[in-house]
Design a protein around this ligand. Sequence first.
Ligand code: PLP
Length: 440
Amino acid sequence: MSALRYLSTRGRAPAVTLSEAIAAGLAPDGGLYVPERLPSIDLAAFDPDGDLAATATTLLTPFFAGDPLADALPAICAEAFTFNAPLRPLARPDASLLELFHGPTAAFKDFGARFLAACLRRLRDPDAPPLTILVATSGDTGAAVGAAFHQRSDLERSGVRVAILYPDGRVSPRQAHQLGSFGDNVHALRVAGSFDDCQRLVKAALNDAGLQREVPLSSANSISLGRLLPQMSYYAHAALRWWRAHGRPLDFIIPTGNLGNAMACVWTRGMGLPVGDIRLACNANGTLPDFFAGAGYRPRDAIATLANAMDVGAPSNFERLRWTFGGDDDAVRHALRAASIDDATIRATLLRHARDHDEVVCPHTATALAVLDREPRGDARHWAVVATAHPAKFDAVLEPLLGHALTVPPALAAMLERPAVAAPMGVDEQALGQWLRKLA
Ligand SMILES: *Cc1c(COP(=O)(O)O)cnc(C)c1O
């Protein structure tokens, strides 16, 4: 297999290897790295008895072919995928729940964050200057990246730090606690703004050559290929199992904000895996639903909703989605559909599924259940409703609604017992630059 090269969606950056793309995060022209072409894969290559790590290794091999990390790919997958993504039946016989919340921070972000950390650990020259990894989070990414980089002695010794930027007051209380609970090489900044503001601050810092000379920076947002590629694994694994058992593709409904999780599903289908229809379930932030309804792509300010990790008005992976369909917006609209679910519907859906079927999900997953509720029954499709976080992370929304306490998974409980600290930060590039220089 010849090595794939990686290009920027904006087309004004040199082609790089996958390792270089993973180490850089964002391309130097401000675009997102994409493979020069999406590889296709023969389904016979997958071991029918393989676990998630084995599926991931087979799936990602063509992306890593010829790369310095190629030989380490099985070990990277084994290190990252230490928990499962089970597909559980729902009350509706034509639907199942794909549970992506069995990792250490109880959200799907653990898959990508752990894989990225496993790659960077191997790419890092121990004598290189300290590296600060910036991550903007709408709630769950920051904790997953923090957990993946915290107390890894080899990373800490070689000077890898993490700075998490989150929108103050716009994440759940338990998410905020998790974000500030790490200490050591993981720092939390509570930003007086929205998630989009956090994302803009990170992009501005990464593009600031002067700052980068003094404080070398990298990113761990879903713009990083090191997070996007591993997220394809659970779609491939679930779809392959379904296809072997039923001889049909599996259809997905995906809670969507920044479009990282759904992008991975689109690429999985593009490689030839048995993925059928894909629906994006968005909250009241209508940038994507409006685009899919035929309007132009118009990013806007985010508004706060019950599904806070999806409060995104400018989904940064949209550039990748467009690239995937050759820049043809109509082709994008044919390939997927999107719906907007408002807070009243999120509440009603949470309540109805809990009361009638004992199906307790997080508010993000509820947007996908609401989309499922609108789908006709009785056709050949089977929907995998993607459960992006454990409901116990959102007790402040769910417990008053449901009238009972939720059981907290042990890893989350341990994080909540630690003290938490976060430094205040304005939406101010200069102030962030100063803070980073002081850290260095
Ligand atoms: C991040 C997140 C989402 C949105 O995922 P994107 O990749 O940003 O589209 C949905 N639900 C939860 C719980 C999340 O943490």
